[in-house]
Design a protein around this ligand. Structure first.
Ligand code: LMR
Length: 397
């Protein structure tokens, strides 16, 4: 029977990471999967995480199952990051959350929850979007459509086309938006545009699902929540899929959350009960360790301050790398304007390289990028930057 199974194509992102690991060349550079790397090319465990783990080791008394939706103090910590302390959503009890296995788990639970409760049949994603969005939403039983996002250069937002596309989305459909640090492009709407989008969601009646995986990587913890807070201020229903992979460096701990915001508190118990039903049929109840770390850090003033410093250091390092990449490309004689790399935010940049140029970088230079031209900026460092700039200049010429 199993001989009927045909081989699946490699994953667009993780498959490239595997190919990189198998590449025997001495000189090779991995700019594929979105993990933060330091100057030495390592993905460090944050110091605040280590400190929280030490406390957990001392204090944790059981490994018994968590409840289906996870830990209430983790839900509250997540709501605080999303809406800000004292926000109306929190004060009025108009939200419910579930601890999920990573941000991907949150997206999948969101999709299934929408489908199973017959709230939507269709979700709209930006063109382009994270390579896994289509997979996850299809697997949840949703139809996926796309809306325009970038201008003809492929490196900046086409605000008018984007808003126009959102305006045409029918009432009752869901719309996946990237809360900040758009993956794969690094191109974000500004604050005023987010206000316009939130007003449009209210008027048009479509349902925002915000994928929020990079809080703190664009401008700061609160600043990066402006999209989420624009929807909260609009007083509408919406969902947020949070990931703590990047901003807490908890990649392998699969630490995420799905938060659902209602218009009135009265519907919250029913909404939460149906959320638990989806989870129970899926993975029963969530993993604990990563969420316990996040909850501890966010509820302890010293650890939280330390965390914000460490996120700030990652953000600033990536921003320095953006400048260094632009200077390096100019030094190598690239004459076209690459200043868009400085305007993009977060871990990723849409480099403007074509799939063929990306293929050349891999085959001739051992430099691995996602085929869309997405660069993980955090994979650059003082040792590989000149090499990458020279190679990019060569394939761009
Ligand atoms: C990425 O976009 O590279 C990350 O979000 C990791 C992943 O799972 O694709």
């Amino acid at each position: 029977m199993f001989d009927q199974v045909t081989e699946a194509p490699p994953d667009a992102i993780l498959g490239l990471n595997e190919a990189f690991l198998q590449d025997k060349r001495d000189q090779k550079v991995n700019l594929t999967v979105g993990v933060y790397r330091d100057e030495a090319g390592r993905t460090p465990i944050l110091e605040c995480v280590k400190a929280a783990e030490e406390r957990l080791l001392e204090r944790e008394a059981t490994k018994a199952y968590l409840g289906i939706a996870g830990m209430p103090d983790y839900h509250l910590a997540t709501a605080g990051l999303l809406f800000g302390t004292g926000s109306a959503v929190i004060e009025e009890g108009r939200w419910v959350a579930a601890q999920t296995p990573g941000g991907t788990g949150a997206l999948r639970v969101a999709g299934e929850w929408l489908r199973r409760n017959e709230l939507c049949q269709r979700i709209w994603c930006s063109r382009p979007t994270w390579a896994n969005h289509h997979n996850v939403f299809h697997a949840a039983g949703l139809d996926v459509e796309t809306y325009a996002y970038l201008d003809e250069t492929g490196t900046a937002l086409d605000r008018d086309r984007f808003l126009d596309a959102l305006r045409k989305i029918p009432s009752g459909d869901a719309v996946c938006l990237h809360g900040c640090c758009h993956n794969p492009t690094g191109v974000d709407p500004d604050g005023e545009t987010w206000q316009a989008i939130a007003a449009m969601a209210r008027e048009q009646g479509w349902l925002p699902l915000i994928d929020f995986a990079y809080q703190g990587f664009a401008r700061g913890i609160d600043e990066d929540a402006r999209a989420v807070r624009a929807f909260a201020d609009a007083g509408i229903e919406f969902l947020v899929a949070s990931s703590y992979s990047k901003n807490f460096g908890l990649y392998a701990e699969r630490t995420g959350a799905l938060t659902i915001v209602a218009r009135e508190a009265g519907v919250v118990p029913a909404v939460g009960s149906r959320l638990k039903q989806v989870i129970r049929a899926n993975y029963s109840n969530p993993p604990k360790h990563g969420a316990a770390i996040v909850a501890m850090i966010l509820s302890d003033e010293t650890l939280r301050t330390h965390w914000e410093e460490e996120v700030g250091q990652m953000r600033e390092r990536i921003s320095r790398l953006r400048s260094a990449l632009v200077e390096g490309l100019q030094r190598e004689g690239v004459s076209r304007d690459v200043s868009y790399l400085l305007r993009q935010r977060g871990m990723f940049s849409y480099s403007g390289l074509s799939p063929l140029q990306v293929d050349r970088l891999r085959s001739e230079f051992g430099i691995y990028l996602v085929r869309s031209g997405r660069i993980n900026m955090a994979g650059l460092n003082a040792d590989n930057l000149s090499y990458v700039c020279r190679a990019m200049a060569q394939v761009m010429s």
